[in-house]
Design a protein around this ligand. Structure first.
Ligand code: GAR
Length: 198
């Protein structure tokens, strides 16, 4: 059984997609065992609690240095015997200790077709604002392995989504979430748990 931790920062719709897949036995034998939130009081925590999952809040604001946050995150993962870390709307950078310990065992969902609109500063709604400003006609989502380069790890899955006339960052975000992220993130977790990624 592969024990999975999901790291979140906000609304938790990607976490919900993972919970829904898990309940349908569609995570390739992986088990959701822990949800870590970098912010207190977010909807993602309520979704986790409603699903009966253990939650830990490690508030990024309370750590002056990344190293302290890194110690707390890697400590929580170790204590819970986690094998796979899934960043599902996690809007913080991970530290070296976590990255090294979980090399090739951290996956992230990003709301664009990497290498477009990714890297430092591109997260959440900002990604869709940039896509609309540029005028692309197709956007989408990417699930990739996480390494030291922001959004730079090996790509696992991508799915394209049309940009429609009249789109706002909010409408585009919603379509990318529903038609891409919520489909390819559980699929990538399933692939990992079946040993199909590395
Ligand atoms: C999602 O669109 C996710 O791809 C994005 O934040 C949103 C969180 O939504 N993540 C990033 O931008 C990471 N670079 P959620 O909390 O409802 O899953």
């Amino acid at each position: 059984m592969i024990k999975i931790a999901v790291l979140v920062s906000g609304g938790g719709t990607n976490l919900q997609a993972l919970i829904d897949s898990w309940k349908k036995n569609e995570l390739g034998g992986g088990e959701l065992s822990l949800v870590i939130s970098s912010r207190a009081g977010v909807l993602a925590l309520k979704r986790a609690e409603d699903a009966g999952l253990k939650t830990i809040t490690i508030d990024r604001k309370k750590y002056a240095q990344l190293s302290g946050f890194d110690e707390a995150v890697s400590g929580a993962l170790a204590e819970n015997n986690i094998s796979l870390v899934v960043l599902a709307g996690f809007l913080c950078i991970l530290g070296q200790k976590t990255l090294k310990t979980y090399k090739n065992r951290i996956i992230n969902v990003h709301p664009s077709l990497i290498p477009s609109f990714c890297g430092k500063g591109y997260y959440g709604l900002r990604v869709h604002e940039a896509a609309l400003e540029y005028g692309v006609k197709v956007s989408g989502a990417t699930v990739h392995l996480v390494n030291e380069v922001i959004d730079g790890g090996k790509i696992i899955l991508q799915k394209a989504v049309d940009v429609l006339p009249g789109d706002t960052p909010e409408t585009l975000q919603k379509r990318v979430m529903q038609e891409a992220e919520h489909i390819i993130l559980p699929k990538a977790v399933e692939m990992f748990c079946r040993g199909e990624i590395i």
